[in-house]
Design a protein around this ligand. Structure first.
Ligand code: PLP
Length: 440
């Protein structure tokens, strides 16, 4: 029967999901899938009773009230809780419905902030190659993911991109971490200077790069050096924690681990854990006050800002992560998963790097260990691994174009935090089979 749903891809129509339970999803034929590949959304797995009941209770009370007239208890409580747990300085929360919206809000707030403080020339954004910040036009322009940008390039705003901190490929032979960081900071400084630092409004980065690079964290003091450089020129630091935030790396905000606090931070995915679509943009008091004591309003907005049911879900997710200490499982489970991946795949001739932070793991594939040459893009290894893993009952998130948007392949694994060691073992076994099938 013809579906009237516009699919992601005409060549691989999706199967129909029936239900979810813990770390598993089930299709309508009764087949089960370990859900480690839903782009880092399901932090609590499926069927969490606390979150489900919070959503039901809020629906019974009031489902929607426009923020042009009302705030709501869940929005107030969630904002209080997020701020109490956020990196120093972040003081206000702007609730949206997802990651791209959070990034759009972040970019527009940065621009409005500079207008409010009398620096209207600040309009440029600097971000990093091999990054993803969302699919709406501003967020897409900011991202450095070449294949996602290519066909829309003529309608994207002009954003400069510098090198990511990607030690596996970026660090030269024999170079120390410190020298590599020096080189990256120098490159950023040169970019700021060539644009004219007084015209730059923000530097944007994912603390741990997710979909585009496959769980790549920084080395050494990269982020504190970035922070210092931004401060030197009065440029805002926007961290995109849409994928790596909300506990995915073992701390609620990923940047906590890298000794850096942003001026603006975007979160989504794990904030709602899949129970509701919700994202948020957090900013400092200074930025908030400049806008509110200046024009008095942020020239932005969406109908579903601060949706009470979405906020109730976000609050209940945070209660599970923090009050019920689910977050504390991430560090152990993450190291266990990486250890098992190293045991099973570490010596594989086509596995070049196994990496990640917390339950955010990446496996980079190569053709040759000595040269780190990638597999040929036309082999479409990432897509083949995705379908072979799916056939094995494992949802993972493989992606091609790791190196430059065309060459390179990696697999991203982002299991729910409630995962058990035996389920991680099963994932590694299934992944090993999928890699062999895809390469055969
Ligand atoms: N930023 C990052 C780092 C992401 O990984 C994503 C989505 O994968 C986004 C932004 C966009 O989020 P959404 O798909 O919820 O709009």
């Amino acid at each position: 029967m013809t579906s009237h749903v516009f699919p992601r891809n005409s060549k691989s129509p999706p199967r129909q999901v029936s239900h979810g339970d813990g770390v598993y999803l089930y299709d309508t034929d009764g087949k089960s899938y370990l859900n480690f590949g839903d782009a880092a959304v399901s932090c609590l797995g499926h069927g969490d009773q606390h979150v489900t009941q919070a959503v039901q209770k809020q629906l019974g009370q009031v489902a929607f009230a426009h923020t042009g007239f009302f705030t709501s208890e869940p929005a107030e409580r969630l904002a209080d809780k997020l701020v109490s747990l956020a990196p120093e300085g972040l003081d206000r929360v702007y609730f949206v419905s997802g990651g791209s919206e959070a990034m759009e809000a972040a970019l527009k707030l940065a621009r409005q902030y500079y207008l409010e403080i009398g620096e209207p020339d600040r309009r440029r954004i600097v971000a990093r190659r091999q990054s993803y910040h969302g699919n709406t036009l501003g967020a897409l322009a900011t991202g450095g993911n070449e294949w996602r940008r290519a066909q829309f390039a003529p309608i994207l705003i002009d954003v400069s991109h510098v090198s990511p901190c990607y030690a596996y490929r970026g660090k030269a032979e024999g170079e120390t971490d410190a020298a590599y960081v020096d080189r990256l900071i120098e490159e950023l400084d040169v970019e700021f200077k060539s644009l004219g630092p007084e015209t730059v409004m923000a530097f944007v980065a994912e603390p741990v790069v997710g979909a585009t690079l496959g769980a790549v964290g920084p080395v050494g003091d990269y982020f504190s050096r970035v922070r210092r450089l931004c401060d030197q020129y009065g440029i805002l630091l926007i961290l995109d924690e849409v994928m790596c935030g909300m506990g995915r790396t073992g701390t609620l905000f990923a940047c906590e681990q890298f000794n850096v606090a942003p001026d603006i931070c975007a979160i989504a995915k794990g904030l709602g854990g899949g129970y509701q679509p919700i994202g948020a943009m957090l900013c400092t008091k200074n930025i908030h006050d400049a806008v509110m004591e200046g024009s008095g309003f942020f020239q932005h907005g969406h109908t579903y800002l601060g949706h009470p049911v979405a906020c109730a879900a976000g609050l209940a997710v945070l209660e599970r992560l923090i009050d019920d200490q689910v977050l504390e499982r991430v560090a152990h489970a993450g190291s266990y998963l990486r250890q098992r991946l190293c045991d099973k795949l570490g010596q594989h001739p086509h596995v070049g790097d196994i990496r990640g932070v917390g339950l955010f793991c990446g496996v980079e594939l190569i053709a040759d260990h000595d040269t780190k040459a990638p597999l040929p893009p036309e082999a479409k290894i990432a897509a083949k691994i995705k379908s072979a893993a799916f056939a094995e009952g494992l949802l993972c998130y493989p992606m091609g174009g790791t190196i430059d948007g065309k060459r390179g392949d990696h697999i991203l694994l982002a299991p729910p935090f409630v995962v058990e060691d035996l389920q991680l073992d099963a994932c590694v076994n299934k992944l090993q089979i999928a890699i062999e099938r895809a390469l055969s």
